[in-house]
Each structure stands twice: as C-alpha cells, then as structure tokens.
Design a protein around this ligand. Sequence first.
Ligand SMILES: Cc1cc2nc3c(=O)[nH]c(=O)nc-3n(C[C@H](O)[C@H](O)[C@H](O)COP(=O)(O)O)c2cc1C
Length: 179
Amino acid sequence: MDSQAKIRRAIWEQLQCATIDRHHAWRLPVLANVDEHGLPQARTVVLRDAQETYQRLMIYTDHRSPKALALAANPSSVLVFWSKALSWQLRVSLSTRIETRGERVEQAWETVVKTAAAADYLAPQTPGSPMPVHAGEPAESPAFAIIIANVLSIDWLELAAEGHRRALLTPDEFQWLVP
Ligand SMILES: Cc1cc2nc3c(=O)[nH]c(=O)nc-3n(C[C@H](O)[C@H](O)[C@H](O)COP(=O)(O)O)c2cc1C
C-alpha cells in the first residue's frame, strides 16, 4: 500500500474507532453549516457511524432542531475533527440528508431508547425554544432523526515537528497541499 492509500485507510480507521471508543477525540466533532439567514452555525455532535465503502458518516439529532431544518433546506455542511493524540485535523465537506423514518432510523432508535438520551427526543418543546414556565407533556412520538452525511472531500492536516503535511482527499483522488 502506498503512503497515500495508507493515510486514507488510517483516516477511516480512526473515524470508525471514534464511533466505538468514547474517549476518542474524533467522537465529538463540530458540525458547521449555513442557516436560512446565510449565517454560519456550528455545534458539537457525536459521530455515530463511519463507513468508508459508502463514504458516509452518521449523526443523530432532533428533527425539530434548527440544524435539522437548516440542513433540509441547504444540505452543505462541514464536520471538523481534531485529535491531539494523532496530531490530525480533518475538515470533512459533506452533503447531508435527514432521515426521520425507515429501517436505519428504527434500528438507531432501538439503541437510543435504552439510554437517558431518549428523553431529549421526547421533550415537548422544540430544541432552542424559550424554556416554558410549565413543563408540557412528553411528545407522543420521538423527534428522533439521523443525519446521513455523504463525504465529498476530506482536508487532512497533520502537525509534526519535522514538517506539517496536508492533503485533500476525494473518493477518487489524493492531492498533496501546502499546509
Ligand atoms: C458533547 C456534546 C455532544 C452533542 N451531541 C449532539 C448530537 O449528537 N446531536 C445533536 O443534535 N446535538 C448534540 N449536541 C448538542 C448540540 O451541540 C447543539 O447544542 C444542539 O443540537 C442544538 O443545535 P442547533 O440549535 O444548531 O440545532 C451535543 C452537545 C455536546 C456538548
């Protein structure tokens, strides 16, 4: 395997690791997008799945949240990862799709429903709305959704004392860049 293929493989291995290892720095990337006013938005999310074969990442969210509504209108987004242990930053350009039903959503909900996080998706109020004086009844059905993020390109940056390295990876190409 040449060095470019090794870097590509290592990136996806680390992304997959992050979906399993709670202590992996890449488990908590920042998801950035542009909202309906054209303004930048960014927030921490949990990386739930990473599949190199399909060039796809997955995040869970509340489909009532501002980010879900904004991504439905404009699917372009970026996930930013930094790992001190690896000295690697990833800026992953994505095209997203929000799924609220279907087998994948049901399977994911099966795992979430067993955890305390399930309550978040059953909250009566929309995330980001002003806190009401009186708590309402839990939502009848969970507002659970999956963000399917198709990877368009990965900007990989390695910081190293002997010289930084940077590359742009698309599914078919690998281009070294000036760091
Ligand atoms: C450590 C951490 C992990 C989080 N994980 C998620 C997540 O996986 N999905 C999610 O929708 N929000 C997650 N959040 C909350 C978001 O950062 C954000 O506050 C919330 O989703 C509202 O974002 P929005 O107003 O842009 O929709 C997480 C926050 C923190 C601090």
